[in-house]
Write a protein that binds this ligand. Structure first.
Ligand SMILES: Cc1cc2nc3c(=O)[nH]c(=O)nc-3n(C[C@H](O)[C@H](O)[C@H](O)COP(=O)(O)O)c2cc1C
Length: 191
């Protein structure tokens, strides 16, 4: 039996091209039901996700991606735009019942947007793990025009794009060999 640590970490690879095997809406819904449990500061939930599943949606997205990234998203059955909600604090009276004044603590928009990016970035890490946990492969990408994606897809929201994640079943040629990781002796200090 595959160990959960293999599925999420040691055997998991970033995917750069995908097979034709479809991804169902129920798989995408299932993965959000996991992502939502990510712990965050004061339980602030800034991450928002737009799933692009149609050919028309892909055609609109591709021109905003770095050229080298376009074939990667073109081959993915689903592309998720991960975004942060600049107004996430509006939910805090409900989401942070144990923190009186949580919403007001984010009233400065400059600090709030910095916090939204931090929180959504943390949640994005969980998003990648959730994709893997439901048996799919993820290809996260930062190589795209955030301004372009925001103007194309997010003008009627309070969301701003952060990452794009290709989702599907990795093609055999869509996996690269592992590049070296920082060893523990360089990453850890013990005191
Ligand atoms: C936030 C983020 C942004 C990334 N941006 C790109 C990108 O724009 N294009 C690309 O081909 N890969 C991108 N990658 C993929 C990384 O290069 C890859 O995850 C890393 O090298 C580890 O590969 P591995 O999972 O196969 O070990 C990105 C990954 C992350 C997490």
């Amino acid at each position: 039996m595959t160990k959960i640590t293999d599925t999420l970490f040691t055997d998991a690879h970033t995917a750069y091209s995908f097979t034709d095997q479809p991804v169902s809406d129920s798989q995408l819904a299932e993965l959000y039901e996991l992502v939502k449990f990510a712990p965050t500061p004061m339980n602030s939930q800034a991450l928002r996700v737009m799933f692009i599943r149609t050919a028309e949606g892909k055609q609109r997205l591709l021109p905003h991606l770095a050229e080298a990234n376009q074939p990667k998203s073109a081959s993915a059955p689903v592309v998720a735009i991960l975004a942060y909600d600049t107004e996430f604090h509006e939910y805090l009276p409900v989401h942070a019942p144990n923190n009186a004044g949580a919403k007001e603590s984010y009233s400065d928009p400059v600090k709030r947007i910095a916090a939204a990016k931090d929180i959504a970035t943390l949640q994005a890490g969980y998003f990648i793990l959730a994709v893997r946990s439901v048996g799919l492969d993820a290809g996260p990408m930062a190589g795209f025009s955030r301004e372009g994606v925001d103007a194309e897809f997010l003008t009627d929201t309070t969301w701003k794009s952060l990452y794009v994640v290709n989702i599907g079943h990795a093609a055999p040629e869509g996996i690269r060999s592992r590049s070296p990781r920082l060893p523990a002796e360089d990453a850890l200090i013990w005191r």
